[in-house]
Design a protein around this ligand. Structure first.
Ligand SMILES: Nc1ncnc2c1ncn2[C@@H]1O[C@H](COP(=O)(O)OP(=O)(O)OP(=O)(O)O)[C@@H](O)[C@H]1O
Length: 656
């Protein structure tokens, strides 16, 4: 992949125009040579990546700096990727030596672009830290826009991103080269990246070519990984078109049991013209003609390709690597791939929710309150936490109050605080109240539709006056951002007179509605969640019939219900399991039974018939009985939030 250098001004201007609905303006090029972005002298791989970033609503002026993972989280992440880290050590050491004179860095990331290891020293490292090129930071395209790591992961190929080809302006001083690493089971494992300062980087005629260095290093690493993976299998097959190359890192490697390919290096797959999906159950004699026995010989590809020299041995005895064969996509470009993206912490955003999140961040930064709507389990709290973490006040507190979970009598003092001795039983020294605790930060009022009318009036005053009056005390100035969430139809509540119209309009500056799961792309969400819960690492897959059953369910508990189900399935399945319909909970059999009717609150058109209501009551009763009245445990089993269950119980009690 050769990316011809393009003048920086052309790149910057082209990227800005990408955000215009009209596309690339002809005035970009005085000669009128580049009427559209595709005509501009910009590598297509970069243009594709810019488009992905623009489609996600990513702004080029977004700061590149991010908070890396905490030490503990980074340690846990490294532990999860210990095979990759251990196997990559010799390459990282060698590349570090090679990069020393260039003043650059070498990085190893996981398959989502999270930096596991970074080596380098000197001035560049200090500069790199300012844009979070350091362990525990995420360099997926979601995090940092077009960059070598993220774009190599998205395109699954060697990428070099030079200076202003980077999407974020902050990263325009970098030149980075990244090569994806595939494990011997055909799964994308991570990336090796070489990064330096664009102005100090020698041209390829003066110094080593970073692309050659990165691809050689990855070839060595993948070769070593395949040798290790072969341990414990019946046969190790080494392949190359030239006999002299057998035994070198350029050869292809296959681990074979009973004639079936169990593991393969990417080089071997390329020689045989196979995709990664061939690993696991393809018989070698389907693709190669010739006897497969210990010794050396020539094997002929059945498609008429070039004969391959083969050296077949019984591999070294030893502990096989933990990972079983998994079918995975090969390292081929997937331009339209991955509408679903996973953030650094396993949080999922897609073409519908990402723009909502970006708008919410802008609104919060501008001090505009947000009214967040969505059925139970659609991810309202997750959304608020993500918006806060990415906003200008991320360092300040996020204070979350669930208005439905706090008994009415306590909510006032909990929210507004009280002075010492304000009432009998008040805590000594008083209580600041949650609103004051959110001063400088973000107040998240969940289930605002459940706030009693008297408190609605008090909250309105706080919003109007910018000050809060604790019970028994004097007004105190407060400055906080506000997100109010509800699963109810607040407009209907206003019409019914249960919610104050003036407060409603005060809250309603920006209304964000998170879609229910049944309106979202279920398949890609399932795949993304399975990956988060480690299914890929442990070779756990869903059988097509099980997936079908998931598709037929209507997910009243939304993402919470799906995430709980998949988390449990993956945790309880032994390594290498193919999850069958029989492994799924019985209630998925029949979409309208048991938990399937839970979750629809007022204002939601979910299963309105009384027989369904009776089934819901039944499901609740049985779950509570199984957990001896423990509401949290019953809620967990039913796949709904504890507060939802409390609410349901209160509703049932009222209707008795
Ligand atoms: N964007 C997301 N990515 C991954 N998982 C998510 C996401 N949003 C929600 N979830 C899953 O769903 C669960 C419930 O999310 P959350 O508590 O934010 O929902 P909610 O809409 O606030 O629900 P409720 O109205 O019942 O309080 C989370 O704990 C997580 O497992």
């Amino acid at each position: 992949m050769v990316n011809a250098p393009v003048p920086a001004a052309v790149l910057a201007s082209a990227r800005e125009r990408l955000m215009d609905p009209g596309g690339l303006s002809p005035t970009l090029d005085p000669g009128g040579l580049w009427p559209t972005l595709d005509d501009a002298p910009i590598p297509p791989v970069i243009v594709r990546s810019w488009r992905r970033c623009a489609d996600r609503g990513l702004r080029a002026d977004r700061p590149a700096h991010q908070d890396p993972l905490s030490r503990a989280d980074l340690a846990a992440l490294r532990e999860r990727h210990n095979t990759l880290m251990r196997l990559a050590t010799p390459e990282l050491d060698t590349l570090h030596q090679a990069m020393r004179d260039l003043g650059g860095m070498v990085l190893l990331t996981n398959d989502r672009g999270l930096i596991l290891d970074a080596r380098g020293e000197g001035g560049f490292v200090r500069r790199a830290r300012r844009v979070s090129l350091q362990p525990g930071a995420g360099w997926g395209e979601d995090d940092e826009g077009t960059n070598a790591v993220g774009t190599a992961l998205a395109e699954r190929t060697l990428i070099q991103v030079r200076g202003p080809e980077h999407y974020l302006t902050d990263n325009a001083f970098l030149i980075c080269t990244a090569m994806p690493v595939m494990d011997p089971y055909g799964t994308l494992a991570g990336v090796i990246d070489l990064s330096g300062d664009m102005r100090q980087w020698p041209s390829t005629t003066q110094g080593p070519d970073a692309r050659a260095l990165a691809s050689l290093a990855v070839a060595h690493l993948e070769h070593r990984w395949a040798v290790q993976a072969a341990a414990g299998h019946e046969l190790l097959v080494r392949l190359h078109a030239h006999p002299g190359w057998l035994g070198t890192p350029q050869e292809g490697l296959l681990a074979v049991d009973g004639g079936v390919i169990r593991a393969a290096s990417p080089a071997a797959l390329a020689m045989l013209g196979l995709g990664a999906e061939a690993i696991g159950d393809t018989r070698l004699d389907e693709v190669l003609d010739g006897a497969l026995a210990p010794g050396e010989g020539v094997l002929r590809p059945r498609d008429g390709g070039r004969p391959l020299h083969a050296r077949v041995t019984a591999p070294a005895r030893g502990r096989p690597l933990k990972r079983p064969p998994v079918r995975r996509p090969a390292r081929t470009p997937t331009p339209a791939a991955a509408p679903q993206t996973m953030g650094r912490d396993g949080i999922l955003w897609d073409a519908t929710t990402r723009p909502l999140l970006d708008r919410a961040i802008l609104a919060l930064n501008a001090g505009i309150p947000i009214l967040l709507q969505g059925e139970t389990g659609t991810g309202k709290e997750v959304f608020v936490r993500a918006a806060h973490a990415a906003g200008a006040r991320a360092q300040a507190p996020l204070v979350a109050v669930n208005c439905a979970a706090i008994p009415e009598g306590l909510l006032e003092s909990e929210l507004f605080g009280y002075e010492d001795g304000a009432f009998t039983g008040a805590r000594r020294g008083g209580h600041r109240g949650q609103i004051r605790q959110a001063d400088g930060g973000l107040l998240f009022l969940d289930e605002i539709g459940d706030m009693p009318p008297a408190l609605q009036a008090r909250l309105l005053r706080v919003l109007q006056d910018g000050e809060v009056t604790p019970v028994g005390g004097r007004p105190v100035k407060v400055d906080f951002r506000l997100v109010a969430a509800t699963h109810r139809d607040l407009a209907a509540a206003v019409a019914a007179g249960t919610f104050r119209a003036d407060l409603y309009y005060r809250l309603k500056h920006l209304v964000v509605t998170l879609p229910p799961l049944r309106q979202r792309p279920l398949d890609s969400i399932i795949d993304a969640l399975m990956t988060t819960f480690g299914a890929g690492d442990r070779g756990i897959r869903l059988a097509p019939a099980a997936r079908d059953r998931l598709r037929r369910h209507d997910w009243p508990g939304n993402l919470r219900e799906l995430a709980n189900l998949l988390r449990t399935l993956v945790a309880l399945s032994p390594t290498g399991t193919l999850i069958a319909p029989a492994d799924l909970p019985a209630e998925l059999e029949e979409p309208l039974a048991g938990t399937a009717v839970l979750g629809g609150g007022e204002g939601q058109a979910v299963h309105p018939t009384s027989s369904l209501k009776a089934r819901e009551e039944d499901a609740i009763r049985q779950a509570l009985a199984r957990h001896r009245g423990n509401v949290s445990a019953a809620a967990r089993e039913l796949g709904v939030h504890r507060c939802t269950l409390h609410r349901r119980l209160a509703e049932q009690a009222r209707s008795l």
